[in-house]
Design a protein around this ligand. Structure first.
Ligand code: 9MR
Length: 445
């Protein structure tokens, strides 16, 4: 287990207030601007990495954590990021370890393909199969190499910015589908499945929405947005991030005073806006997979404890949630997480009967917080953790090539315009060693 220089990470992170979300930072597409704001900044106090301070409401993306206490929790987790066979023999048929529904069925461990020449093929030939995804941007699709690699290596697409509220409903009740439709149509031409990202989020909200007052007004606007967006894509998209990043801590690493994140939804509707959003989504599509998605919840820390209890409450109340997306942004400004801890953490969510997925993976090298060797080990071990869990249904990387990574220009990421070296392909679209480590994990090696 690597212990990153957390104090370095945090102290750098102090300067992260006011990060701007200017698209993907490589001159690619315009990004979708939207409501920006600082990242959960906040001054640190002291040694053990406690933070105090502001954690702003508006933007964000978080940061790293360091906490990695293993295990405990739910007893039986043998987790193993071990390299041997069988992994976690829990979910088995008749096993009664909660939830045999959904993807992964009752298999006790995923069986890897004997060989594969692309990540996509490795995912498709595994038993049960696993989706291998990437965040795709409209700007990226203007580049032929980007398109070629994206389609050859991936079977799953998340639109990086084009399905966010400010992009789809820039003015009240007026929907703009073009840029999202382009990506969805391209994905379908390449036999790729699409996840809708994201219906309800505090960030990249247009001003008319973020400044709205009154419980009834905000409820109606949220209902209309979910209904219209899901309705538009109904025959093409059946997995959705319904609510994104509804929890915050003082540090974006997932440490310090976990709580519901202020937003127009929380402030005007109250904390049951989350239940309501899932219920509306379920009414719109009885068969869709509905996910909660968040960052720095990848291993054990205060934030994921809060999220676990929140999601557990939803399951107990019968709220129609199908799964949890672990964004898996590793390194500044987000948390670090070792494979064994990720495995144990995911396992307890699947024990609630939920699917889990890695929804936005990248590993940032900026600032020297994560070394080259650590990055390679993280890529292998974290992918392996998900792969071994049959109810971990997808692994999505947050981009294709390093030069287009959001991290390069995100102030809390310590890159200052330099390459974050965070992904699987270099700027000539060549495979990096990170790619090889991911492939090994998908092939059970
Ligand atoms: O990659 C996205 C970047 O281009 C945007 O500027 C940014 C704005 O908030 O959003 C990025 O994507 C985020 C995703 O939608 C939610 N989780 C965190 C991702 C990285 O910030």
């Amino acid at each position: 287990m690597r212990s990153a220089p957390f104090t370095l990470l945090l102290s750098a992170f102090l300067f992260a207030v006011g990060c701007s979300d200017s698209g993907d930072g490589n001159g690619g597409e315009a990004g979708s601007g939207g409501a920006t704001g600082g990242t959960g900044g906040g001054a640190t106090t002291g040694a053990s990495g406690t933070t105090t301070g502001t954690g702003d409401a508006t933007t964000s993306t978080g940061t790293g954590d360091t906490t990695t206490s293993t295990g405990t929790g739910d007893a039986t987790t043998s987790t193993g990021n071990a390299t041997t066979g069988t992994g976690d023999a829990t979910t088995g048929a008749g096993g009664g370890d909660g939830g045999s529904d959904g993807a992964g069925g009752g298999a006790s461990a995923r069986v890897p393909a004997a060989s594969a020449s692309t990540l996509r093929e490795a995912g498709e030939k595994a038993n049960p199969p696993i989706l291998i995804g990437a965040a795709i941007s409209g700007g990226g699709l203007g580049n032929n190499d980007y398109k070629r690699v994206a389609a050859a290596e991936h079977s799953y697409v998340t639109t990086e910015n084009e399905m966010k509220w400010d992009s789809l409903e820039p003015s009240s009740g007026n929907f703009s589908w073009g840029s999202a439709d382009n990506i969805v149509n391209w994905a379908r031409q390449n036999n790729m499945k699409v996840k809708g990202h994201t219906l309800v989020w505090h960030n990249q909200l247009p001003g008319w929405m973020s400044s709205m007052t009154g419980k009834e007004n905000v409820t109606n606007a949220m209902r209309r947005h979910i209904t219209q967006v899901m309705g538009h894509f109904k025959d093409r998209i059946d997995t959705w991030d319904v609510v994104n990043e509804a929890v915050q801590t003082d540090s974006d690493t997932g440490v310090g005073n976990p709580r519901m994140r202020p937003s127009v939804f929380l402030n005007q509707i109250g904390s049951n806006y989350i239940d309501l959003a899932f219920q509306i989504a379920r009414e719109q599509d009885p068969k869709a997979k509905l996910y909660y998605n968040d960052y720095s919840i990848d291993a054990r820390n205060e934030k994921v404890e809060f999220v676990y209890n929140m999601v557990k409450g939803m399951v107990e109340r019968g709220v129609p949630i199908d799964g949890v997306g672990f964004q898996m942004h590793i390194g500044p400004p987000n948390n670090e997480a070792g494979g064994a801890d990720v495995a144990a953490n995911m396992k307890r969510f699947t024990d609630l009967g939920l699917e889990v997925l890695i929804s936005e993976m990248d590993i940032n090298r900026c600032g020297g917080v994560v070394t080259a060797d650590e990055q390679l080990a993280y890529y292998h071990d974290i992918v392996e953790a998900c792969f071994k869990l049959p109810k971990c249904t997808a692994i999505t990387f947050w981009g294709i090539n390093d030069g287009r990574s959001w991290l390069n220009s995100w102030s809390g990421a310590l890159c200052n315009g330099q390459s974050s070296q965070s992904l699987l392909f270099n700027d000539q679209y060549g495979k990096k060693e990170t790619y090889n480590r991911v492939m090994n994990a998908l092939l059970g090696r």
